[in-house]
Design a protein around this ligand. Structure first.
Ligand SMILES: Nc1ncnc2c1ncn2[C@@H]1O[C@H](COP(=O)(O)OP(=O)(O)O)[C@@H](O)[C@H]1O
Ligand SMILES: [Mg+2]
Length: 246
């Protein structure tokens, strides 16, 4: 299943994409995690370090060696850009360099990522807040769009805007769901109201978890959280929306 995680900055997209990748790689490997946020650190959450990224692999593609088809060249480079883990691999998109139209580059990239994704049971894409990759459609065929919000009305409205943008640009996600992250028992009722007001019918809560926050602050992989409430909530989410349906 192809799962795209999106939402405004700082709501927990990378943390939740990381946890989903780790849980899915235990339960239903292999998983490809795509870091589509140039400012992000999905690799850090997974304990993986990609040697290069797709933007670097694209550099100079137009001027590549004569006679070698661009797709083949990029496919080779893409393989090199994948960091291998235990049950899951990581590919970072990086930031495209230079100005101008990326149509050519995007189309090649889309094909290459599509071909690469074929060899994984699940693909988890951590998007940047600006939705660049979704709106440039470098990643297609999303089965589940996971919008992440904090419990605030502002977060919910951002999530609703992204939901509507995804609909407009036609990424064609088969299902859309909301994860209300960093919930405390006190914020749940309000969060429920705000989610409903923003037009969400399908949402789940992920509790605030100080241990997760400490690991993030120390720049450590999200390991050893198996008994934490947030981990358990993400696991239930994966069971209900990803594992049961695939
Ligand atoms: N469930 C949670 N419990 C506690 N802290 C969290 C939780 N989810 C995210 N955080 C914290 O929120 C901050 C932003 O998380 P991050 O995953 O980087 O968000 P994003 O990718 O949306 O910018 C980090 O400091 C992280 O530790
Ligand atoms: Mg992030």
């Amino acid at each position: 299943m192809r799962i795209a995680v999106a939402g405004k900055g700082g709501v927990g997209k990378t943390s939740l994409a990381g946890l989903m990748t780790l849980i899915l790689s235990e339960r239903s490997p292999p998983v490809l995690a795509i870091d589509a946020d140039a400012n992000s650190n999905l690799g850090e959450k997974l304990g993986l370090d990609a040697a290069t990224d797709m933007a670097a692999a694209m550099e100079g593609l137009r001027k590549g060696p004569e006679g070698v088809p661009k797709h083949d060249l990029l496919r080779q480079r893409a393989r090199h850009a994948v960091a291998e883990g235990d049950g899951h691999d990581l590919m970072a998109m990086g930031r495209p360099h230079g100005e101008g139209c990326y149509c050519f580059a995007n189309n090649v990239l889309k094909d290459v990522i599509g071909a690469l994704a074929e060899s994984y049971r699940h693909v988890v894409i951590d998007n940047e807040a600006g939705m660049e990759h979704l709106s440039r459609r470098t990643v297609e065929g999303v089965d589940l769009l996971v919008l992440v919000s904090d419990p605030s009305p502002v977060g919910m409205r951002s999530a609703a805007r992204i939901r509507d943008l995804a609909d407009e640009v036609g990424i064609g996600a088969r299902r859309v769901t909301l994860l209300v992250n960093s919930c405390t028992p006190d914020s749940r009722e309000g969060a429920r109201r705000h989610a409903e007001a923003a037009g969400f019918r399908n949402y789940s809560f992920i509790p605030y978890d100080p241990r997760l926050d400490v690991l993030n602050m120390e720049g450590k992989p999200l390991r050893g959280l198996e008994r934490s409430e947030a981990y358990a909530a993400v696991e239930r989410f994966c069971e209900r929306l990803i594992l049961r349906g695939s």
